[in-house]
Design a protein around this ligand. Structure first.
Ligand code: NAD
Length: 296
């Protein structure tokens, strides 16, 4: 059975090229009405033109799909959401995909390199999602995706700004998932790996953006029920990424020396445990405090 998006309205930010373009085209092919947002700047975030978004809208319409262009920066989320509301009166899906790079070693990083990355990736995702949220709450339906990066998880040389911003988006999505749960608003993060303008890889065929597309489109489908999760896609591999914590050790009245002497146990990951929520983490803490109390 084909997974359709009839009667659904999506915003895909940064959809004038790269990964976003493929999401917009695939969603439209499946009956979704799509706002193709792109300010058409270069990969460092400078300049702008309407041609990138227009081209994708043209492609979608030529294939019989429905799309409108929006040229605002993602920092102006209300204007992007207004484009969806003016055209179709609702907004069901937000794929926060727009992005830029300002790669430089930390020693050479200027404040503008830091600020611009946070403005586009973090403030941008906040701004678009914030404007869409009241509509999603009222209609008790929403599907949100944020775009993270392997640089967020592992760090990457020359990307202190980018990896910090991309990690911020994971926290953003995880908390949105909790606040959205009772309104049937789901929020998840994706880590893509694809040859694009941002990566300029020469492994273009192995890392087609189109290999990421099916996962992201499924993540915003009606039948998708996960929320607060982090998924990965690239080179035709699809999977999930989660945090694990070690078993650790209770060290009563610890000193710096106690930590030093027990470092093997404190830092051990021999018995990793996935903690699914802050409630589960708090419950584990309470259990531990309870057993300490009982020992007294
Ligand atoms: P891309 O440069 O091809 O696409 C990004 C698009 O965002 C561009 O079309 C650009 O014009 C647009 N954009 C930039 N700033 C904008 C703004 N302020 N408002 C609206 N649009 C804006 O890059 P891509 O590789 O397709 O990246 C898409 C997303 O995936 C980015 O968030 C990127 O950080 C993330 N990502 C990509 C990879 C990868 O391997 N390609 C890996 C990890 C994360």
């Amino acid at each position: 059975m084909a997974l359709r998006f009839d009667n659904k309205v999506a915003i895909v930010t940064g959809a004038g090229g790269g990964l976003g373009r493929t999401y917009a085209i695939e969603l439209a092919k499946r009956g979704c009405k799509v706002v193709v947002n792109d300010l058409g700047g270069d990969r460092h975030g400078s300049a702008g033109s309407t041609s990138m978004a227009d081209k994708v809208v043209g492609e979608i319409k030529a294939a019989g799909g429905q799309a409108v262009a929006n040229y605002n920066s993602v920092e102006e989320g209300d204007k992007i959401v207004k484009t969806a509301i003016d055209a179709w009166g609702r907004i069901d899906i937000v794929i926060n995909n727009a992005g830029i790079l300002r790669d430089t070693s930390f020693v050479n990083m200027k404040e503008v390199d830091w600020d611009l990355i946070f403005k586009v990736h973090v403030k941008g995702a906040y701004s678009v999602t914030k404007a869409a949220w009241p509509y999603m709450r009222d209609q008790k339906y929403g599907r949100i995706v944020v775009t993270s990066s392997n640089a967020a998880v592992y760090g990457n040389f020359g990307q202190v700004n980018y990896s910090a911003a991309k990690h911020a988006l994971i926290g953003f999505s995880n908390s949105l998932a909790l606040e959205g749960a009772k309104y049937n608003i789901l929020s998840n993060a994706v880590i893509p790996t694809a040859g694009s303008r941002l990566t300029q890889t020469f492994m273009v065929d192995a890392l087609k953006p189109e290999y990421v597309t099916p996962l992201v489109c499924y993540m915003v489908h009606d039948s998708f029920k996960d929320s607060g999760k982090l998924f990965e896609a690239g080179a035709q591999w699809y999977g999930t990424l989660q945090y694990y914590r070690g078993e650790g050790k209770v060290l009563q009245n610890a000193t710096v020396e106690t930590i030093h002497d027990n470092w093997k146990a404190v830092s051990s990951m021999d018995k990793p445990k996935h903690v699914a929520s802050i409630a589960e983490q708090s419950a584990m803490l309470m259990d531990m405090l309870g057993s300490l109390e009982a020992e007294k």
